[in-house]
Design a protein around this ligand. Sequence first.
Ligand code: DAH
Length: 338
Amino acid sequence: MTIAELIAKKDEALQEAAAAQTPEEVEQVRIKYLGRNGLLPAIVKGFKDVPKEDRPAFGKITNQWRQELEAALAGKKADGDTAATGPAFDPSLPGRWFVPGSKNPISRVMEETAAIFSRLGFSVADGPDIETKFNNFTALNTPAHHPSMDPTDTLWLTDELLLRTQTSPVQIRTMTANKPPVRIITPGRTYRRDTTDATHSANFHQIEGLYVDVKPVSLADLKSTLTYYAQEMMGPRCKAIRFRPHFFPFTEPSVEVDFQCHVCGGKGCRVCKNSGWIEVAGAGLVDPRVYRFVGYDPDQVWGFAFGMGVERIAMIKYGIPDIRWLYENDVRFLDQVK
Ligand code: DAH
C-alpha cells in the first residue's frame, strides 16, 4: 500500500463514520476499522513490509486515523445516547404558571363609560391630541386673555397648535362636521403643564359628553343623564347627583357635579371627607356663542355638555390613593383592581 492509498482509505473510513446514523451502523464502522480483524490492526501488522523510508509517515498517518476515527465514533455515540432518552419535555414536572393580565383602570373606566352612554344613544367620537388654538380655546368661547391660555399651564407647540388641555375641542369638531342632533362622548388624553404628585399628572384623561338637539334640552335632562351614569358607574349606593353653580366659558349656566358617595351612600365617610358627596364633573348648557362658532343657529338648538376626569373616577371607584400607580403598570397593583 502506498502513502496515497493509505490516506484515501483513512478518508473513506472517516466518511463512513460521519454517515453512520443508528447505533448499529456506528458499531459496524468500529468493527470494520478498529475491531480485532479490522483494517487498522491489519495495516499495523503489515508495517514490516513497508519500505523503511516510508515507515515514519505510515506510522503517523495510521495513528491520526485511529484517533480521528475513535473521536468521530464517540461523538456519534453521544448523540445516539441523548436521542435514546427521548425528548427533553418531562410531562410529570409541574407547569409554569402564567397569570393573565388585566386592564388598566383608566381603560376600564373609559370603556365602561362608553358602554353606559351607548345605552342612552350616545356614540364615541375621537379627536387628536394636538389641537388648534381655535378648537381648544377660541370656539369654546375662551378669549386670549383667559387664564387657561396661560403658557405656564398650557403646552404650546406653535402659536396656533398645542397639546389639548381638555377633551372639549372634540365638541367643536363634532358640531362643525355634523348637523344636530348630536349625542357623543369622547374619551381621550389631555395635557397640562402640571408637576406630578399624588393627585396631579401632566398627562391625564378626560371623558367629554355633548348632546345637542333641535328641540329644547334642559338642565333636567343633563341631571337625569348624569344620575343614570353615576348609578351605573359607581354602583347602587350612589343614588343621586347634585349640581353646584360654577363657571365655564363654553356653558351657560355652568355647574359642578357631585356624585353621592358610593362608599357610605351619602352618610359621610373618609372617602367623601364626611360630606356625603364627591366632586366628579364640570357641566352645563352649551353657551349660544359656541353654537355661532360652529355654524349652528343658537335660536334653533339646545344642548348640554359635561367633562369628567377619568383618573379621578378610577381613583374614587377603586379606592386608589395615588394617581401615579395608574401609570406604573405594576401587575401587583393592576391585579387588585381586576
Ligand atoms: N373642559 C373642562 C375642564 O377641563 C371640563 C368641562 C366643564 C367640560 C364643563 C364640559 C363642560 O363639557 O360643560 O375643566
